[in-house]
Design a protein around this ligand. Structure first.
Ligand code: F6P
Ligand code: MN
Length: 335
C-alpha cells in the first residue's frame, strides 16, 4: 500500500492478497459511492435546502433530520442493486431491509448509521456515516432480524466516513486501520493515513458531563481524578473535548489518542446505554481494537456482546489502552 493510491486500488490489492472473489470489494465500492453522495449533500447544506427537521421521529424516538432520511435513502439505493447483499439494517429503519425482488441476493449483511451526530447538522459541525459488514449465516437466503444478531467479533469489515473540513473514510477488514481522504477533483478517496494507531497513553477525555449526576461510581471516580489534575491522585492535568458526533470523537482518538465514554447511567433506567451496539459501538470498537486501542462497556469487551436486538444500546468506553483499562479496573474494584 502506498500513500496516494485510491481506495479502489487499495481494496482490490487486499482482495488479491487474501484470494477473495471480489464480492466484498463490490459492496465496499457501493458503500463508498453512498458516502460520496452524502458528503456532497452535507457539504452543500442550506444551498440545496437539506437542513432542518424531517418532521418525524425514528425508531429510537429521536427527531429525524432531513439529512438523516436523505442519507438513509442514499445508502439503500447505492447498496441494494449490487447482488452481494442479502439484507441491510439501519438506525433509521425499525425493521431490516431485505434486498427487494428484482435484484439478486448475495451472502453479506450491511448495517449502518447513515448520519451519526445529526444534532450537529444544522450547526455545520462534523457528522459521519458508520457501517459494519457481516456474513449472512450459511444457507440463509431470506434473512430475518435474528440473522443480524452476531457479535462484533464476526464483522468482516467496519468503517466510517467523516464529513469534516475534509471528507475522510476510515476502514478496517481486520488487518489494521487505514484512512483515506476524498479528493473531490477526481471523486476518489485517496490513502493518506496508512496504518493508523492509537497512542497507548493520553491526557484527553471525552464525556457528556451534563449527565454526571447519573453516572455510576467507577466513572465518577475516573472523571473526578481527571478533573483534579496535578493536584489529585493522577498527578497530571487532563484536557477535555466533546463534539457530540461519535465519528468525530473516534477520529480524534485515532489521530492523537484519547478516551471516549458514553457510559451506563441511571438517567433512563430502561436504556442500557446511549449508543447503539450493532451500527455504532461494534464497528467503532472493531476499528479501535485494530488500531491498538480498547473498547469496553466497563464490564465486558464490546465485540464479545451477544446481541438480542438490532437497535439495542450499550455503554461505550473506548480509546487509548492504558486509560480504558484503568476505567475497566475501577469497575472491577467497585464490584
Ligand atoms: O448517535 C448518537 C450520538 O449522536 C453520537 O454521535 C454522540 O456521541 C452522542 O450521540 C451525543 O450525545 P449527546 O447528545 O448526549 O451529547
Ligand atoms: Mn448515531
Amino acid at each position: 500500500m502506498a500513500i496516494g493510491e485510491t481506495i479502489t486500488q487499495f481494496i482490490t490489492q487486499e482482495q488479491r492478497r487474501v484470494g477473495g472473489t471480489g464480492e466484498f470489494t463490490a459492496i465496499l465500492n457501493d458503500t463508498l459511492t453512498a458516502c460520496k453522495q452524502i458528503s456532497n449533500a452535507v457539504n452543500k447544506g442550506a444551498l440545496i435546502g437539506v437542513l432542518g427537521g424531517a418532521g418525524a421521529d425514528n425508531v429510537q424516538g429521536e427527531a429525524q433530520k432531513k439529512l438523516d432520511v436523505i442519507s438513509n435513502d442514499m445508502m439503500i439505493q447505492a447498496n441494494e442493486w449490487g447482488g452481494h447483499l442479502a439484507a441491510m439494517a439501519s438506525e433509521e429503519m425499525e425493521d431490516i431491509y431485505p434486498i427487494p425482488d428484482g435484484y439478486p441476493r448475495g451472502k453479506y449483511l450491511l448495517l449502518f448509521d447513515p448520519l451519526d451526530g445529526s444534532s450537529n447538522i444544522d450547526v455545520n459541525i462534523s457528522v459521519g456515516t458508520i457501517f459494519s459488514i457481516l456474513r449472512c449465516p450459511d444457507g440463509v437466503t431470506n434473512p430475518t432480524m435474528k440473522d443480524f444478531l452476531q457479535p462484533g467479533t464476526r464483522q468482516v469489515c467496519a468503517g466510517y466516513a467523516l464529513y469534516g473540513p475534509s471528507t475522510m473514510l476510515v476502514l478496517t477488514t481486520g488487518q489494521g486501520v487505514n484512512g483515506f481522504t476524498l479528493d473531490r477533483n477526481i471523486g476518489e478517496f485517496v490513502l493518506t493515513h496508512p496504518g493508523m494507531r492509537i497512542p497507548e497513553d493520553t491526557r484527553e477525555f471525552s464525556i457528556n458531563a451534563s449527565n454526571s449526576r447519573f453516572w455510576e461510581a467507577p466513572v465518577r471516580r475516573y472523571i473526578d481524578e481527571c478533573l483534579a489534575g496535578k493536584t489529585g491522585a493522577r498527578g497530571v492535568d487532563f484536557n477535555m473535548r466533546w463534539v457530540a458526533s461519535m465519528v468525530a470523537e473516534v477520529h480524534r482518538i485515532l489521530t492523537r489518542g484519547g478516551i471516549f465514554m458514553y457510559p451506563k447511567d441511571t438517567k433512563d433506567p430502561k436504556k442500557e446505554g446511549r449508543l447503539r451496539l450493532m451500527y455504532e459501538a461494534n464497528p467503532m470498537s472493531f476499528i479501535v481494537e485494530q488500531a491498538g486501542g480498547v473498547a469496553s462497556t466497563g464490564r465486558a469487551r464490546i465485540l464479545d456482546i451477544a446481541p438480542h436486538d438490532i437497535h439495542q444500546r450499550v455503554p461505550v468506553i473506548l480509546g487509548s489502552r492504558n486509560e480504558v483499562e484503568r476505567v475497566v479496573a475501577y469497575h472491577r474494584e467497585a464490584n
